[in-house]
Design a protein around this ligand. Structure first.
Ligand code: COA
Length: 264
């Protein structure tokens, strides 16, 4: 089943979905319509995951994942309009980050500015060998506004992130892979999508409840000291002992049979 929005399509593929940003004539640039639709989709999944065990997020065409926030729209914004636009973009990144299942960014070309920021809000990034990342905002007299000043440093370290943000330079796929921004590289877009769905397939065989809680604890840990993070981990680690999936997973191991997880 495929659900179409003005700028997005959501294609259900069994336990998974392929979310495609569909504005190829503008290299999938993020205007208010795209951002509002992304927010609607991810916030709905935050309330009801519809049984999904993972989502692959990509851009239509072969040239761009997302070439950034829409520069034409931003060019005549007032300070108040820019605040609302930045707030909307940031809320999309939070909705992606907090989705109750893994979201893989499948970056098939340019992921610049807001594109790099949307990819970084996903759980991890797979990319084609020809993908290009970057935070080029300073070249426009801007700064990153959808999380780039925060998430890039957390992913690749502060010094590397500063060098990329201050210069606005392009980061080719090979470098992005080397510094840990990208987890896996692929030859073609078809290989990229197949690779992303193969990973989700592995994830779908383990306990969805355990994946959801691991994700929650790891995201919360981003903003905590190690000691605070360990407390959160311990609370969830012990609470999960009351779950059916935990009993089933451990019993299945002892009985030397595959586990049948229910996600609770
Ligand atoms: N916002 C609005 N429109 C954009 C855009 C963006 N971020 N990125 C690309 N587009 C549009 C172009 O204006 C062009 O539209 P047009 O055909 O109506 O003129 C179309 O997408 C194709 O882009 P074009 O620049 O012709 O493609 P290219 O292959 O020559 O260059 C890029 C590709 C990605 C290098 C170039 O488009 C670019 O630098 N984009 C802006 C990147 C950026 O600074 N992003 C951060 C924004 S904060």
């Amino acid at each position: 089943m495929t659900t179409s929005y003005e700028t997005l399509t959501v294609e259900r593929k069994g336990d998974f979905a392929l979310l495609t940003l569909n504005r190829p004539d503008k290299l999938n640039a993020l205007n208010s319509t795209v951002l509002s639709e992304l927010k609607t989709v991810f916030e709905a999944w935050g309330k009801d995951s519809e049984g999904l065990k993972g989502v692959v997020f990509t851009g239509s065409g072969d040239k761009a994942f997302i070439a950034g926030a829409d520069i034409a729209q931003m060019s005549d914004m007032t300070v108040d309009e820019a605040h609302a636009f930045g707030f909307l973009g940031q809320s999309v990144t939070l909705a992606i980050e907090n989705a109750p299942f893994p979201v893989i960014a499948a970056v098939n070309g340019f992921a610049l500015g807001g594109g790099c920021e949307m990819a970084m809000a996903c759980d991890f990034i797979y990319a084609t060998n020809t993908a290009v990342f970057g935070q080029p905002e300073v070249k426009l007299g801007l700064i990153p506004g959808f999380g780039g000043t925060q998430r890039l440093a957390k992913l690749i370290g502060r010094a590397r992130a500063k060098e990329i943000v201050y210069t606005g330079r392009n980061v080719k796929a090979e470098e992005a892979y080397r510094v840990g921004l990208v987890v896996s590289l692929f030859e073609t877009k078809d290989d990229l999508l197949a690779g992303a769905f193969k990973t989700l397939d592995y994830v779908s065989k383990v306990s969805p409840n355990a994946v959801k809680l691991s994700k929650k604890v790891m995201i919360e840990g981003n903003d905590l000291t190690v000691e605070q993070g360990l407390q959160t981990e311990l609370a969830q680690f012990s609470a999960i002992f009351s779950s059916e999936d935990m009993k089933e997973g451990c019993l299945a191991f002892v009985e030397k049979r595959p586990a049948q997880f229910k996600g609770c």
